[in-house]
Structures are given as C-alpha cells and as structure tokens.
Write a protein that binds this ligand. Structure first.
Ligand code: CTP
Ligand code: MN
Ligand code: MN
Length: 511
C-alpha cells in the first residue's frame, strides 16, 4: 500500500517546532532514533511525518539529541544537512563518516511502508563533501607565524623538508625574497595540527604561493618533488651545504669558494691562507661543531658561565635561550643571555667573563662584538636609537671537558672526537659553539624574545610589528614609529601585549 504523504508547502518561514513528547517505551525500534530535517520539508509536513513515524513505533527526536542515529531530509544536500544539524544544536554530526546516517526521504517512506526500518542502501545516503567541516575549521591559520602556535613536533615532515630545501636553494642563489616566500610556506605547513593528504587541504592557507603549492602537490601525489630532488642532487647545493656548516662561513663565502672551483673540506685546507681566524677554528673543530649539542651539555655550560658570573658580578643571571628554550632536545649551539637586576652593573661584564673563561681553559675561540643598534631596517630609527644603550655579544667555541663532569661523551662521538686535538689527547672533551649576550636589565625581555627564536618566528614578529602595528621591534626595544616613542616591557608577555598579540610560549615558537 502506498503511503499518503502530503505535498510540502512552499515558502515555509515558521520557526523550528518543538517536538511533542515521545516516551521511549512507545518506540518499537529502540536502536533507531530518527531526526527529521525541517529545512525545505517545512514545519507542518515535518509534524505530520513525525506523528506517522511514532504511530509506526519509531522514536523521533530533535537535532540536539545525541541519541539520533538516522537523519532524514527532503531536498537537501548532505552538506546542507550537516550545516542545518549544527545550527540546530547537533554535536554528533561532524566530518563524513562519523555520527548518524544522513538519509533521503526515500529511506523514510520505504521504512514506513515496511512498518520497520529498512536496510540503508547507497541510494538512500546523502553525500557529504569530504573535509567540508574540518577544512573550514582548519583553514583558520593566521597569516603571521607570531599569531600561530608551532610546537616542536609537527605532522608534515616531507612537505616541510621539501619547502625548506627550495628556500635554502633560493638563499644559495642570493634570492632573499624567494627564500622568505618558501620559508613562510614551510612555516605555515609546520603549524598545521594535521597531516596534509590532499592539495585541497592547503587551498585557503596563507603564505602558500603557486610554486609552493606545486611542490606540495608533487610530494603528495608522487612521494617526492622532481624539482626538490634535482636541487638535492646538484653539486652546487651539496657543496654549499657542506661549506656553510663550517663556523664562520656564510652563504657569500661558500658561493665564492664554489665559483673558485673548491668542492671539499680538503680543498679548503690546501687553500688555508684564505681562511679568517673564525673559519680556521671552524675547520679545526668541524666534526665536533656539527655534532648536535645535547641539553645535558648545554646545562653544564650554563653552570660554567654562571660560576664565572657569580665570581665577577654577584647577582647577575645566566639564561639559556635559543632552541633549548623552545624545548629542542639538542641544538647547533648554546645561546646564553646574561643580565644584572641593577641597570648599569652589567657594563664591562662580557670582557671579564671571557677573560675568566679563557684563563680557566674553557675557550677554544672567541670573538666579541659591540652591538651598535644598527640592526633596524629603518634608517630613521637607527638614527633615533643610535644614542641608546647597546649590549655586547660573543661568538665562541667552548671546550667542554668531560673528565670532571657528570656527563659522558657518547661512544658514537668518540671516533671523530680527536680531530683538532693533540695526538696524546684522551678525547675527553668536545668543542661546542656558545653565543654569549650581555644585556642591560631594561632590555632583557626584548633580548630574551629576540634570542629565543626561531628565526622564522622572529622575522615574522618584526614583519608583523612593522606592517600591522607601525612599530619596530628588535632585541633591544620596541619603537612606535607614529607616536615616536619607545615602549618598555618587563616581560615577554608585555611585549606581546604591546603588539596586540596573544602570548605564544617559547615551546610554541618553533615556526
Ligand atoms: N640571533 C641573533 N643574532 C645573531 C644570531 C642569532 O639575534 N647574530 C638570534 C636568532 O634570531 C635566533 C636566536 O638568536 O632567534 C637563536 O639562533 P640560533 O642559535 O642560530 O638558532 P636556534 O634556534 O637556537 O637553533 P639551534 O638549536 O640549531 O642553535
Ligand atoms: Mn642556538
Ligand atoms: Mn646561536
């Protein structure tokens, strides 16, 4: 027998009706809970279908019930049903594949005719665009890295590595702009809390240009990008990578050496005369300096420097910054910030610390710089701040001695530990890069923020300050270019507040 279902009335504008009471004990099919979608069906037709279903022994509930197993709609797409359910308080309808079945009215009419729920067939089901709901949520990725949280562990290793390779290659070619563009794209992908499986998922992400998108697509579809593989295999890229791993060697020097036909470390040793003192030290300790520094080693160095500082200026503090402050278990160096609570007490401290460390045999190399505040992009600001205080920094190579310490060198490190050491040396020490920075107390928060990194995060903080807030940020201060005033801060939190940014803790600055 055919069911008599009244034709729906058009242009219904009635609000969602409250369903009459439906005591569960009247329902015959307790594992089936229906929900009828009022959109396009209309309120009166919905009321009619509801009472029909109940008479037949079905349980019918509202969209906000978590017990709903079957959602029935007429004339809506699956996406529209998901949207309607969410608007009407459903928490169980989400991404495709989860929550109740989304069904066309045909399943309902057949079930009513049968007097019981009929088996769900594909023709009854409403299709939902895969990722519709989650994509919308996911695409809320902020444009600047300093507005995003980027934990150390991310979920898109292959994509990030591919983009970072192209970024690095751009740097090797002298293209700062392309380097920035690819670094930004890599940084956005790093911040994603899910593993990208299709190019549609990156469609509305910020900072991902056509070229980055193409690389991502290749990696997703083929497991690798031909362009990236070509870069990785190129002699120039490999040689440059090798050379810039030498302390004191930047992209310019590495590029010049490559142009001159140099390819290996041995080639450099033959041309020893061309190396400055930093590079000579870098070459001498090449293997140690390219062996990751462990947190335990960094902590020993903090203790050594704290001991020096305690003797030279009681009350001064040593703070571990850089990658270790962001939670990295190892790093390429140890970044230390030294300050004293009384402004002015720190003047002259760095040279005393260096002298003390050197006299104790802790330094294999050091080079100190007076920071003259010339790091602003804006020349006007450099002039404005030229009279400001400045702090000192020292790029050094520490001799980390294992014989008197509680830590041990890994046996895997041992085989190359003797390079740069005397033949009778017991290989119980390791060369470690250490950056020391002394800052006046009033600039400490800026220095802490500036030296904690990551480099991408810092770059984005400065870019955000400049273009979004008309402020200039560096490791000394924050300057409002329109109000022409410096903004002080006693903590990193205050700097974020000045910039109108949510505070991002160090562990989430791994952009
Ligand atoms: N930095 C700086 N001036 C320099 C060198 C570094 O202000 N001449 C800052 C960088 O901007 C970065 C921080 O110091 O934010 C740490 O830099 P670096 O030690 O190179 O990197 P890490 O993030 O610590 O990574 P790693 O663990 O490999 O050392
Ligand atoms: Mn570091
Ligand atoms: Mn450093």
């Amino acid at each position: 027998m055919m069911l008599q279902i009244p034709v729906k009335k058009k242009h219904q504008h009635q609000p969602e009706t409250t369903l009459p009471a439906n005591p569960e004990d009247h329902a015959s099919f307790s594992d089936v809970v229906l929900c009828l979608v009022e959109k396009r069906m209309g309120a009166s037709r919905k009321a009619f279908l509801t009472s029909l279903a109940r008479r037949k022994g079905f349980c019918v509930e509202g969209a906000n019930s978590e017990r709903v197993t079957h959602v029935v709609s007429e004339g809506n797409s699956g996406d529209e049903v998901v949207e309607w359910m969410k608007r009407n308080g459903s928490r169980s309808v989400g991404a495709a594949g989860s929550g109740p079945a989304l069904l066309d009215l045909s399943w309902f009419t057949e079930s009513m005719s049968a007097g019981q729920p009929v088996e769900i067939e594909p023709r009854h089901c409403l299709g939902v665009t895969v990722h519709t709901e989650t994509l919308e949520d996911r695409c809320q990725v902020a444009a600047y890295a300093c507005q995003r949280r980027t934990p150390l562990a991310h979920k898109n290793q292959l994509l990030v590595e591919a983009l970072e390779t192209v970024a690095e290659e751009a740097l090797f070619c002298g293209s700062e702009a392309r380097n920035l563009a690819f670094s930004r794209a890599a940084s956005v992908v790093k911040s994603l809390p899910w593993t990208v499986t299709g190019v549609i998922e990156i469609h509305s992400l910020p900072c991902i240009g056509e070229h980055s998108r193409k690389i991502i697509q290749e990696v997703l579809e083929d497991g690798a990008s031909a362009e990236v593989e070509n870069i990785r295999q190129s002699e120039r890229y490999q040689t440059m990578k090798h050379f810039i791993k030498i302390f004191g060697v930047g992209v310019k020097t590495a590029g010049r050496w490559y142009q001159e036909g140099l390819r290996t470390i041995s080639d450099l040793q033959v041309h020893h005369a061309k190396l400055n003192s930093a590079q000579q030290a870098g070459l001498l300790h090449y293997r140690d300096l390219n062996t990751p520094v462990k947190r335990s080693e960094a902590e020993v160095i903090v203790q050594v420097v704290q001991k020096a500082v305690d003797q030279l200026l009681p009350g001064a503090s040593v703070t571990l910054t850089g990658g270790f402050r962001r939670g990295k278990p190892s790093g390429h160096d140890v970044d230390l910030l030294i300050t004293h609570p009384t402004e002015g007490q720190e003047v002259g401290l760095l040279s005393k610390v260096i002298c003390w460390l050197d006299s104790q045999g802790f330094l294999l190399y050091h080079s100190t710089h007076r920071n003259t505040f010339q790091t602003f992009d804006d020349p006007e600001l450099s002039v404005t701040t030229a009279t400001m205080d400045h702090f000192d920094r020292c790029f050094s190579i520490f001799c980390l001695n294992y014989s008197h310490k509680s830590i041990k060198r890994d046996s895997s490190d041992r085989e190359f530990a003797c390079e740069g050491k005397g033949s009778g040396d017991a290989c119980d020490w390791k060369a470690v890069r250490v950056d020391l920075v002394v800052t006046p107390n009033s600039q400490f928060s800026f220095a802490l923020l500036g030296w904690t990194g990551s480099k991408n995060f810092e770059r984005e903080l400065r870019r955000f300050s400049k273009y979004e807030k008309k402020m200039m940020l560096n490791s000394h201060t924050l300057y409002h270019t329109e109000k022409k005033m410096f903004l002080s801060a006693a903590s990193e939190e205050e700097i974020f507040q000045h910039l109108g940014l949510d505070f991002i803790p160090p562990e989430e600055r791994n952009a």
